[in-house]
Design a protein around this ligand. Sequence first.
Ligand code: RUQ
Ligand code: CUA
Length: 676
Amino acid sequence: MMARPSPTLLWRRKPTLMIVTLLVVVVALVAAACTSGSDGNAASDANASREAAGLNPLTDEQVNAALKTYLPSGEHDPYIMFASGGHSGQMFVIGVPSMRILKEIGVFTAEPWQGWGFGNVGTMETLAQGDVNGNEVRWADTHHPALSETGGEYDGQFVFINDKANARVAVIDLRDFETKQIVKNPIAIVDHGGTKVTPNTEWIIQGGQYAAPHGWEYSALENYDEDYKGMVTFWKFDRSSGRILEDQSFALELPPYWQDLCDAGKLVSEGWVFCGSFNTERATGESGPDGVPFEAGASARDNDYLHVINLDKAVEVFDAGNTFDVNGFPVVGLQTLIDEGILYFVPEPKSPHGADVTPGGDYIVVSGKLDPHVSVYSFEKIQQAIADKNWVPDPYGIPVLDFDAVLEAQVEVGLGPLHTEFDNDGYAYTSIFLDSTVARWSLGPPYRDDGWKLEGTLPVHYNIGHLSTVGGDTVSPDGTYLVALNKWSIDRFFPPGPLLPQNLQLVDITQPPSDDSDTGGMQLLYDMPLGMGEPHYAQIIKADKLAPFEVYPEIGYDPAIMAVDPDAPVSGNERIERNGNNVEIWMTAIRSHYTPDRVDLKTGDNVTWHITNIDTSFDATHGFALPAYNINLSLEPGETATIEFIADQSGTFPFYCSEFCSALHLEMAGYMLIEP
Ligand code: RUQ
Ligand code: CUA
């Protein structure tokens, strides 16, 4: 695929093997890309151009890093990262290792390019599923994407994401990368601990956060201990319809501790769920009854509680109807959880974010942000402690298992450990917020005989939150790349005003730890600024596990139902029908024409307008922009969409194709005439 280096260049080889290899690759790249006949080496060629632009010359190590992320035009990324969109309320699709943004998927927020929420009835209805008590909530704080799994591996079919600000969960179908459903949690108004899926995606887990009375009813903070509740919700997912089945979903009533990220057990621990928590102090804030600011009050105790949940048993209890209703949603009560042996606690270092299950399902890794260690709990020991009733009750009567009896190991990794993912070689990677590093440490048996030790740390810039390795929370991680999702970027990029982009840093983790590497073999490759919201967490899947449509499979396909709309306009049946003041239009779009291209209406008409893109070529998308009525559609090949509006403004309105589709794209237009 690359040209061989020319013999005249080979004499320049340097003594070390690495440099020779590097040079050969660099020379090959330049030989392939450049016909200038220059006999300089690639690095010096590159450095000459860089110097002209005022950039610093590159070191060999930097050239090496650049080559590892470089994709020649046309070569695809082997991995795809799904990153939360933070405040944008969306999801970002990013190629790895190139770190090129491929798409921002419209999820909770309208997105005009995709015609997401600008008149297309299907998209408007999906967005409206996220209304809160009839209020149109059209922003979201998306945090944790979760790819659907089969047998504990990403299967590339769906991706889910939570909205922390309003406790909502969205379902995105990866056949067309479009959002299909939004569910609002009926018992909680905010969440955080979601989403994660069980190993076969039977359940989507949505953990809570700031405790409140269920149904977010009013109750004064003075009643915190009695009225305020925590929760975790299990949404039943139906793969065949691609939808959450709200009427087969349920929640658990938890104490008013602030639940956080959960992880599903897998393999040996399948059927169990683990959630971190904080504020087990039940602090109510500086202005609350205890008068202590939250950040101090919620950190007063040395421990919080890892919630250990027997999901299989919870499902049995739910199926038996042993629940009560909140806003019509079934909740398994706290006393039932205790009586049935569904809920146990394990003391965990205070204020952790999440609990991360190792690839074999045998350990749960927790890091308290205020403790320099990661704590590793053994699932087997947890089961033994439950069998031995080796516990004391918490204030609500929930069994707290003995810490020493369930702990497998602690590894000192640095200040402010946060989140851990894994590779295929028995190493774990923990983001270290206060130190701004990634720690690489080894798991013990059965992963590595000489494990439970720190292998090295890599500085990242700056204030890392989550990290993500390829397949890093599955049964078979890949061990190639890691992405550090850094909260601050300070001096890394040109500052576009005082609000700075996030910094997503790509790290090569293919090299083993070695004695002469402080970083444990990790190499920083690339800084990617992202100034579109704050991605909290991301998951990275092998691209070959995704099988998106190139075009919709049949003409007249409605993405909202992922099937042909029997009423879709098709070639030959385009028409306008008027019934009193109800007007219905069947229109087709093809390069470079709308049929019909003139629509006559009268003020006050009720308009229903269907448009099908009858083009079937890859990438032959048409738009449909209708001024004054806030309408823009994106009609991908084969797609049909419907808009509805009342023609309440008379006038002459040209409509046009808003996607540059052809040489005669500007001519792809028509007139909507609304007579007063
Ligand atoms: S988070 S690091 Cu919600 Cu898990 Cu921001
Ligand atoms: Cu169709 Cu531009």
